[in-house]
Write a protein that binds this ligand. Structure first.
Ligand SMILES: C=CC1=C(C)c2cc3[nH]c(cc4nc(cc5[nH]c(cc1n2)c(C)c5CCC(=O)O)C(CCC(=O)O)=C4C)c(C)c3C=C
Ligand SMILES: [Fe+2]
Length: 437
């Protein structure tokens, strides 16, 4: 575990107001274009950022060059992430500003053949849209935009295996999550046979992608639930920095980094792991966690910081230093009380408090308006990735359930656990090793 940069939501995106011909762009148009020289420079920058992820088999962005005589797309729009690879995209890809999470249930007569055909269609579609090729079956929602770092990530829920006659292939790690005492789960918005995570740096691109996966599923699977999330827009801050959640906290600091020697082991199923079709894959835990924002905002700034164990202003631990300084869990005040309170969220969740349990958190915020009682229906679409959910998420969530100061201000309202197979090779579709194995 490193206390270094957060690999998931920091990226070397270059903001430029130069036009394709090198002249500065018109003030106030909001359009950002880049010169070819700048574009290549940016491609290198994003490539370097991506190589860390790429070394872990993750995705990296590439800025697309414009056709001669055509204005270049902005770096933001033209950045694309490869679909094929050892791991699926959307796990180590820097977190995009828009997320669409959608779960499907297979139709009763779909069976293994129907499921295989669907995964083949989805993979073809994802590869095309992520490369910036238009969806011929669509209505052109995102016609003017580049792929904007679009990613698709496909997963299987526990029910998928019975529905396709592949019960014997169901991973041991996909056992249903235990009930936690603070859960208030809505079954209609939980679980599902299939799960698709879509990320993009443009809302229209993300929405078109959602429409496309839904259209391709027609007759084979129907939508069970859908959740839309967001994260800070690239370029919104003076320099790339860890984003904040809707409680105002810097969130993501202590994520494991692809540079950590243990990263692969913690996040991905090894090449010789079980079951064999999950090699290079990962398990995603998805939790819709509503924040009790009115209660939270009723606390003083100091109280909020003690709930978390970090400063609001810059995310530094209460034991001092900067955002990336190690959290000193042993530090005490002169009266002997711990500087990081016993029930502070960062103490309860730290790997040191959980026998080394580690997960990669890659969550979106959500805002679904107001509930009937007037309270905000907003919070975190918590998504975490790990090689072993029992060892990682379940261990930490059990501990949170027993005594986490943050728990008084959140409600877990929906839940899912999905087996996300490894990435598809060039001549493969996602899940082929399971469905044709
Ligand atoms: C079971 C796992 C976790 C759940 C559920 C969870 C919910 C949750 N977390 C925040 C905000 C923050 N969490 C932070 C750190 C952190 N959280 C978890 C796990 C879960 N969080 C871990 C493993 C860690 C890292 C611990 C460490 O190694 O120090 C932080 C601090 C900044 C950071 O490191 O990311 C914040 C902020 C919310 C709001 C939330 C539910 C809505
Ligand atoms: Fe947390």
């Amino acid at each position: 575990m490193s206390h270094s940069t957060d690999s998931t939501d920091r990226t070397d995106r270059t903001d430029s107001t130069e036009r394709a011909d090198g002249a500065p762009s018109a003030e106030g148009t909001g359009v950002r274009t880049v010169s070819r020289r700048r574009l290549l420079g940016t491609a290198t920058a994003t490539g370097v950022a991506g190589l860390a992820a790429g070394a872990a088999g993750g995705a990296f962005g590439q800025a697309a060059a414009a056709e001669p005589g055509e204005p270049a797309l902005s770096t933001l729009g033209s950045t694309r992430v490869p679909f094929h690879g050892v791991h699926q995209p959307g796990i180590t890809t820097p977190l995009q500003s828009r997320g669409q999470l959608v779960a499907f249930d297979l139709a009763g007569d779909a069976g293994r053949r129907g499921a295989a055909a669907l995964l083949r269609r989805w993979s073809t579609l994802a590869a095309a849209l992520m490369a910036g090729r238009p969806d011929e079956a669509g209505t052109g929602i995102a016609d003017d935009a580049g792929p904007a770092s679009l990613t698709f990530t496909f997963g299987f829920g526990p029910g998928f295996f019975d529905a396709t006659g592949l019960t014997a292939q169901r991973p041991e790690a996909l056992r249903p999550l235990p009930a936690f005492s603070h859960d208030a789960l809505d079954e209609a918005r939980s679980n599902g046979d299939l799960w698709v995570q879509i990320g993009a740096d443009d809302p229209l691109v993300a929405f078109e992608a959602l429409r496309a996966v839904r259209r391709a599923a027609e007759g084979t699977a129907r939508v069970r639930w859908r959740m839309a999330g967001f994260h800070r827009s690239p370029g919104a801050t003076a320099r790339p920095s860890t984003g904040r959640n809707l409680m105002g906290q810097v969130d993501g600091t202590n994520n494991p980094s692809p540079d950590d020697p243990d990263f692969e082991r913690h996040v991905f199923v090894p090449a010789d792991g079980e079951p064999a079709w999950m090699a290079g894959g990962s398990y995603a835990v998805v939790r819709r966690i509503r924040m009790l924002l009115d209660d939270w905002e009723g606390l003083t700034g100091e109280e909020r910081e003690r709930v978390l164990g970090r400063r609001r202003s810059d995310g530094a631990p209460l034991t001092g230093g900067s955002e990336t300084s190690p959290v000193d869990l042993a530090a005490t005040h002169p009266d002997g009380s711990p500087v990081i309170p016993a029930n502070a969220h960062v103490r309860v969740t730290a790997p040191e408090s959980n026998g080394g349990a580690t997960m990669l958190r890659r969550s979106f915020s959500y805002d679904d308006g107001f509930r009937e009682d007037g309270a905000p229906d907003a919070g975190l679409l918590f998504v975490c990735w790990q090689a072993d959910p029992l060892r990682s998420f379940v261990t930490v969530q059990r501990k949170l359930d027993r005594g986490d100061a943050l728990s008084a201000f959140v409600r877990h309202e929906a839940s899912g656990l999905f087996a996300v197979p490894g990435g598809a090779a060039e001549d493969e579709y996602v899940g082929q090793r399971l469905l044709e194995g």
